[in-house]
Design a binder for this molecule. Structure first.
Ligand SMILES: *[C@@H]1O[C@H](CO)[C@@H](O)[C@H](O)[C@H]1NC(C)=O
Length: 328
């Protein structure tokens, strides 16, 4: 722990010196007690490093999780996360925003989901959004990463404004969802809490449930630090926002710069392994926010000709309804 923290802060300072913008070193980091509360898992949640890092474990008894004390309407939310290593099939780590406990029928959600894997294969990362209860329309994307997320801490961030949602990995935007009129309420637009959880996703996480969690390797520990909750906290009853007093932090991203956009395009052409926008068997017409990029289409067709090919193949079923599990 101490080691990686030292490593992180040294990296931060070096980055600060070198880069004028786009650095994460200046982010307004808070301690667990300042912004969060435990959700479940009794002592499978443990605080370290002056309460600035949180370890979430999964063992045969239970997973664990925490949630923000406040609800937020828009903002930037991030954490540095180090995932458990070795055999992690069936294990799911989720870092997401939701208001599912307040709006049962028409909730909103913005998700990072990390899906464990068998030994020797890296974690996969999935992003998704739901708006106003649009659980019938999955907007999943999946990606590999250019590093092993179990080797070290990496920053995962969500920028949510009234016009766009951007997912970041180490300051590289990996997905942008622009709000379009046609999306209507399916663009998340009600206050949400931020959640982090680890749980047993044996039923679907790895090859559709083929590999289950093996508790011989437990506990599985996901480590969270550098917690950032930078948004407009909202009173859950009055729905009044206390946004006006929030100072602008230079390190908080506001959108995608041209340089970042180039990086995003590069990432998607190389590391994306699934996108609902290109899955013709699932959506004959891509949902309205989809912007079809020929490079991405070509990459996905090469990666998985059955799912992203010309649609003449019979595609095996692939897309379980994961929502009930994933929002836990
Ligand atoms: C959200 O869904 C409810 C019904 O579940 C509907 O009455 C409402 O108009 C929707 N809101 C938006 C913004 O689409």
């Amino acid at each position: 722990m101490l080691h990686s923290h030292l490593g992180l802060s040294l990296t931060c300072c070096a980055v600060l010196l070198v880069l004028a913008s786009g650095s994460s070193s200046n982010l307004p980091i808070i301690s667990f007690d300042e912004g969060y509360t435990q959700l479940f898992g009794d002592n499978n949640l443990a605080l370290h490093g002056d309460g600035k890092s949180v370890h979430l474990s999964l063992d045969e008894r239970t997973g664990s999780g925490f949630a923000s004390q406040d609800l937020y309407l828009h903002g930037f939310f991030s954490a540095s996360i180090k995932l458990p290593s070795d055999y992690t099939a069936g294990v799911v780590v989720a870092f997401y925003m939701s208001n599912g406990d307040m709006f049962e029928k028409n909730h909103d959600e913005i998700d990072f989901e990390f899906l464990g894997n068998i030994r020797g294969k890296d974690w996969r990362i999935q992003t998704n959004i739901y708006g106003n209860g649009s659980t019938g329309i999955g907007r999943e994307e999946r990606y590999g990463l250019w590093f092993d997320p179990a080797d070290d801490f990496h920053q995962y961030g969500i920028l949510w404004t009234d016009s766009q949602i951007v997912f970041y990995v180490d300051n590289v935007p990996i997905r942008e969802v622009k709000r379009t009129e046609a999306m209507g309420g399916q663009f998340p637009s009600k206050p949400m809490s931020l959640y982090a959880t680890i749980w047993d996703g044996s039923g679907w996480a790895t090859n559709g449930g083929k590999y289950r969690v093996n508790y011989k390797y437990a506990p599985y520990v996901a480590k969270f630090s550098d917690l950032v909750l930078h948004g407009c906290a909202v009173d859950p009853i009055e729905h009044q926002s206390s946004c006006d007093g929030v100072p602008r932090h230079k390190a908080i991203p506001q959108g995608i710069s041209p340089r970042q956009r180039t990086k995003m395009e590069h990432f998607r052409k190389k590391h994306m392994t699934y996108s609902y926008c290109y899955d013709k068997a699932r959506y004959k017409v891509p949902p309205p926010e989809c912007v079809i990029n020929p490079g991405e289409a070509e990459h996905l067709r090469t990666f998985d000709p059955v799912t992203f090919g010309d649609g003449r193949h019979h595609r095996p079923k692939h897309h379980r309804q994961s929502r009930a599990d994933a929002s836990m």
